[in-house]
Design a protein around this ligand. Structure first.
Ligand code: HEM
Length: 291
């Protein structure tokens, strides 16, 4: 397997900022190429994980099999906003201050071809919990299996990214027992509840219950901005198929049963990206014809 972006497989950092960029209306291929070349000095795949959207691939006339934009799921009972972006960066560090400077430098390197659409500040909470208090990532594949699930043979990876906003007033109004039933695990000891209802999140998403099985590597992080907070859900896989199968079942499109998570949290965005392999410790843009 070719070298992959190591940040994908590593533990969740203490701090992160997710940056999404769009192409500026004037950007042509040579301006975008200059920006992406400059970005290589920071985007090593470890401190900065990078992904490209279908629109950017199209600007370069590059065929990246399996990359396309997310579109709403027919029959979904919940609104799943489709928010395509040209470029996505997951900047990771132990310190929030360091990321302020990383973001500044990234924006300087990418201007004027790319315009910042959104910056989300994220962080690790306790021992890797969602802000609802539940451990997140327990059923992730480990070791060699994680590599197999998250990456394609050429070292690339497909990232599905969704910003979810939690409504803590709604969560606060639900008893702890009922919350455990909603998730399908006990917050106190992370035990799975066999008798949880069909709407429980881990019943909706049980990876081996899909045909074909729908495994993916989740690397989500809590986010907060003033009064708003939630989870940046990020799943890496060899295609978008597992994510789509999970989301179809969560959204009620399959059997009319909506995931109980929607009682206290809603997705604000959904975007798809392809994270290229790395070469000489730099994200490799050769699929775009940049060598
Ligand atoms: C705010 C949004 C979300 C929250 C708070 C959340 C939280 C959790 C928690 C607490 C677990 C149990 C522990 C674990 O195995 O990680 C879990 C499992 C899981 N979640 Fe989510 N999740 C969210 C969104 C999603 C989305 C959008 C998907 C896929 C489309 C998803 C897919 C999964 C999968 C595949 C599992 C493991 C199921 C299994 O095989 O047992 N989650 N999630």
């Amino acid at each position: 397997m070719k070298a992959y972006q190591k940040g994908i497989l590593q533990a969740i950092p203490a701090q992160a900022v997710y940056l999404s960029f769009e192409l500026s209306p004037q950007a042509d291929r040579s301006a975008a190429e200059a920006a992406l070349r400059a970005l290589q000095s920071l985007a090593d795949g470890e401190r900065v994980v990078a992904g490209i959207g279908a629109q950017l691939a199209a600007l370069f006339g590059a065929a990246i099999p399996g990359l396309y934009d997310f579109t709403e799921i027919p029959g979904a009972t919940m609104h799943l906003p489709a928010t395509p972006a040209a470029l996505w960066l997951w900047c990771r560090d132990s310190e929030r201050g360091a990321l302020v400077h990383v973001q500044r430098h990234v924006q300087q390197m990418l201007a004027p071809a790319f315009v910042l659409r959104q910056a989300i500040c994220a962080f690790r909470y306790q021992d890797g919990r969602d802000l609802s208090g539940y451990e997140d990532g327990t059923e992730n594949p480990q070791g060699e299996e994680a590599l197999q699930v998250a990456l394609t043979a050429d070292g690339g990876s497909f990232a599905a990214v969704q910003q979810w906003e939690h409504r803590f007033d709604k969560l606060d109004a639900i008893s702890q027992d009922e919350r455990d039933q909603m998730i399908g695990r006990r917050a106190s000891d992370n035990e799975e509840l066999e008798d949880a209802p069909t709407s429980a999140h881990v019943k909706r998403t049980a990876q081996e219950d899909f045909e074909p099985e729908a495994f993916m590597l989740r690397r989500s992080m809590p986010w907060a901005d003033g009064q708003q907070a939630g989870l940046v859900f990020v799943a890496f896989a060899a295609s978008f198929a597992a994510f789509e199968a999970q989301l179809r079942r969560m959204s009620g499109a399959e059997d009319g049963i909506t995931d109980a998570l929607f009682r206290f949290t809603l997705p604000l965005t959904t975007s798809y990206f392809w994270c290229p392999p790395v070469r000489d410790d730099k994200v490799d843009w050769s699929a775009l014809g940049i060598v």
